[in-house]
Design a protein around this ligand. Structure first.
Ligand code: APR
Length: 238
């Protein structure tokens, strides 16, 4: 490629609209990963207070580790679906950043290159002393797996009552985005849900989900499965 080609790419890069995708469990539902609040969702079968709080981990670490080992095995079996793939492909046309509540790695496995996991990433373990992250590869976490500081390793997942990751960065991205696409989330959990209220007045905002109590003001709501509505919308926007 000659210099003018590189310059042309750079100009094209700077002219591309910024697209921020705010995703939740519904984007991975058609990859057979359970959501949380739908019928039969995870919180219908497990108590948050027994498996998803620091107090739960302190009281019964084995139950918590087993819960996340089960979910991690499901993630490893899951395959990115057409919604994940369409979001990854959109990088050809937009400057895309995915801000996800999901702890699965399906956005990355579909090819998305900029993914912020505000609730953590289940494929990693974390030292509860230093916060150091450890890639688990094909392993799980068992009682007695210690960090270098001698503390029990925990899943790199944000529990209820803990601060989420990357919030300020995510908020700045949404405030500057040309397009905001909220997909597969009930917008039940804060502060992530507050991101949906941050777009510029002149941004194009879309919501894709199967059902929602209240559509945020200014959003174009596309009710339906993410694997149908995401590819359709992104091809409209190109
Ligand atoms: N296509 C599109 N949307 C779907 C699909 C689908 N195939 N299946 C389900 N949905 C929608 C549901 O209608 C619902 O609005 O996805 C949403 C899932 O909502 P939740 O189960 O509440 O999941 P989420 O919003 O991601 O939960 C947020 O809560 O428990 C915490 O940390 C956990 O990250 C999670 C957070």
């Amino acid at each position: 490629m000659n210099d003018s080609g590189t310059l042309r790419d750079r100009v094209h890069e700077e002219q591309r609209k910024s697209l921020v995708v705010l995703s939740g469990a519904g984007v991975s539902a058609e990859s057979d990963l359970a959501t949380f609040r739908d019928n039969g969702g995870l919180w219908a079968n497990y108590s948050v207070y027994e498996v998803a709080t620091p107090e739960a981990f302190h009281a019964n670490p084995k139950l918590v580790l087993d819960f996340y080992n089960f979910r991690r095995d499901e993630v490893r079996k899951a395959i990115p679906n057409a919604a994940h793939c369409a979001i990854a492909e959109a990088e050809q046309y937009f400057d895309v950043t995915v801000v996800t509540q999901n702890v699965d790695d399906l956005h990355e496995r579909a090819g998305s290159s900029k993914v912020l996991h505000v609730h953590g990433l289940i494929t990693q373990a974390r030292s509860s002393v230093s916060g150091e992250l450890i890639d688990l590869g094909n392993e799980n976490i068992t009682l007695g797996d210690l960090c270098p500081h001698g503390a029990q390793l925990r899943p790199h997942v944000v529990w209820f009552g803990e601060a989420i990751n990357h919030f300020e960065e995510a908020e700045a991205l949404v405030r500057n985005a040309d397009i905001v696409l909220v997909v597969g989330t009930s917008l039940s959990v804060y502060p992530f849900a507050s991101l949906a209220d941050c777009p510029r007045a002149d941004a194009d905002c879309f919501l894709i989900t199967q059902d929602i109590d209240t559509v945020p003001y200014g959003y174009d709501y596309r009710q339906g499965p993410a694997t149908v509505e995401i590819p359709k919308l992104l091809s409209e926007l190109r």
